[in-house]
Design a protein around this ligand. Structure first.
Ligand SMILES: Cc1cc2nc3c(=O)[nH]c(=O)nc-3n(C[C@H](O)[C@H](O)[C@H](O)COP(=O)(O)OP(=O)(O)OC[C@H]3O[C@@H](n4cnc5c(N)ncnc54)[C@H](O)[C@@H]3O)c2cc1C
Length: 475
């Protein structure tokens, strides 16, 4: 068995782990980052291609929750985590959301004003700004439809750089382009293709981690402080497998999404633009409407299995684009470890209010797309014919609850909420695991509930704040 020693072990190199590693290494600490996925370049495969799904998605993106409505969810699994495969859309959270978290979960020193320097730092580091290369045609459709209906809409800034070396479409400022090189430059070591499978602990201290490299080489890692940053599903999985269970994996939240493909008379799909950036803000944070990436595999996925004339629609792909409804969501889920296999069992129940919000969002989105000239919408409800009018849309929305609708998510959080309320929180106001002196959690798990906006900025700002607190206390 291989043995590694470090002062601070960081498990996972997504936005939470990579930010933590960079800041701790720059403060002079000896940091080892262990990442289960491979170490690849940002451009090792085209964004949203099948190759990218194979290389960088956990299980190729095929993960589903159990519950009355199964929800397909995607996790990144590579150096940089999901920042390597995401759309780069950046939001600060709403001040009211932070305020509610502070009150309900008893979080100390926590509001938008105190987080502002952390957001500003991250925005500078990730080059957050508007698109410099024009709007995709499907974004224009969002604008056209929303303007006709008198709804507010906005261009969402992205973490993207348009430097001379970044090409005409710019380059995503993922973790492998920003925080990971910063951590390495400051002396952090990174072990890719290595999964931490168990944490040993003794009373209030974690003592060592057991890991597997490429599924076969066993290793043990000794450390003084442990930061777990595996994301909202993998972090509770690892802790539960290690016998750490109090408030761990009991309160998973997610943003449920419904996608709908729409066909227009003229071209709306230009893959060169990547993920379009326009969103309807009229109904935020409860409901967000926007456009997805519309690569061929994505169109095929969101058309549904039973759509008639599938071949004709695919042949007209340039006239087809995919749009989404995302809702803030108030359902709950759990993460458990399957015995023997050690894989996660994720259960999630959408509430009636979630279903109602998705129906309302679908109705808004459908109306907007017809106003913008859509000829056909391909129903997200299996077995339903294409929708050609607002009347068809209204009929679809009358279907009883429980009709099979394709719900998915790319935003998961809240499986170890932060705060001083020990009845429901797994970590304290600064991300330290309750009941332990040398374990912190720095990832999406600790957001108390759904933020209602694209979450990476919030995860990174809270991580930066909590890492500063860790340094101030001398770990
Ligand atoms: C397709 C997609 C599009 C998205 N678009 C946006 C967007 O536009 N804007 C936005 O703000 N957010 C977006 N998100 C969400 C955002 O990317 C995530 O919220 C964010 O990456 C979560 O960061 P994290 O640090 O919690 O974990 P992750 O990014 O999930 O990283 C965790 C890392 O830890 C590794 N790991 C897990 N367990 C172990 C273990 N036991 N041992 C070793 N390594 C381990 C994983 O392999 C992974 O690389 C998107 C997500 C997806 C999937």
């Amino acid at each position: 068995m291989r043995t590694l020693d470090c002062e601070i072990l960081v498990v996972g190199s997504g936005p939470g782990g990579a930010t933590t590693a960079a800041l701790l290494a720059e403060a002079g600490h000896d940091v080892l980052v262990v990442e289960e996925g491979p170490d690849l370049r940002i451009d090792s495969a085209p964004n949203y291609s099948l190759d990218e799904m194979e290389q960088k998605y956990r299980n190729g993106g095929l993960n589903t929750t159990l519950g009355r409505t199964g929800i397909t969810y995607i996790e990144g699994r590579c150096v940089g985590g999901a920042s390597e495969i995401n759309a780069g859309l950046y939001h600060r959270p709403h001040a009211e959301t932070l305020d509610r978290w502070r009150r309900e979960f008893h979080i100390e020193d926590f509001d938008l004003d105190r987080l502002r320097p952390h957001f500003e730092d991250i925005e500078a580091e990730l080059s957050v700004g508007p698109r410099a290369d024009g709007l995709a045609p499907s974004s224009q459709k969002i604008i056209e439809g929303a303007d006709k209906l008198g709804w507010r809409h906005e261009q969402i800034p992205r973490f993207w750089r348009y430097g001379p070396e970044d090409g005409p479409r710019g380059r995503r400022r993922s973790m492998s382009e920003t925080m990971v090189p910063r951590a390495r430059a400051a002396g952090a070591r990174l072990e890719a293709d290595t999964r931490v499978v168990r944490i040993l602990h003794d009373g209030r201290r974690a003592t060592e981690a057991h890991a597997l490299t490429r599924g076969t080489i066993r290793g043990r890692i000794r450390f003084r402080h442990l930061v777990v940053a595996g994301g909202a599903v993998q972090t509770p999985l690892l802790l539960r497998r290690s016998g750490i269970k109090r408030n761990v994996g009991d309160s998973l939240r997610l943003h449920p999404m419904i996608r709908i493909a729409a066909r227009f008379d003229a071209r709306v799909n230009d893959p060169a633009f990547g993920v379009p950036v326009q969103q309807v803000s009229q109904f935020k944070p409860r409901i967000t409407l926007g456009c997805s990436h519309s690569s061929l595999p994505h169109i095929a996925m969101w058309l549904g299995r039973e759509v008639p004339d599938r071949r004709r629609i695919m042949e007209q792909w340039e006239q087809v684009a995919v749009f989404y409804v995302a809702v803030q969501g108030e359902g709950h889920g759990t993460v458990r470890a399957l015995p023997v296999l050690g894989e996660p069992l994720v259960r999630y129940e959408l509430t009636d209010a979630d279903m109602a919000a998705m129906g309302e969002g679908l109705s808004h989105l459908g109306r907007l797309l017809f106003e913008a000239g859509a000829r056909e919408l391909y129903s997200p409800v299996e077995g339903q014919p294409p929708l050609r009018s607002v009347a068809d849309l209204d009929r679809l929305l009358q279907l009883p609850h429980g009709t099979a609708v394709a719900v998915s998510t790319i935003h998961l959080f809240s499986s170890l909420p932060m705060g001083e309320d020990r009845r429901r929180c797994a970590v304290d106001s600064y991300g330290r695991l309750h009941g332990f002196d040398n374990v912190s959690v720095h990832d999406a798990s600790i957001l108390p509930t759904s933020p209602g906006v694209n979450p990476q900025g919030t995860i990174m700002a809270i991580t930066r704040r909590n890492t500063a607190a860790l340094l101030a206390r001398g770990l």
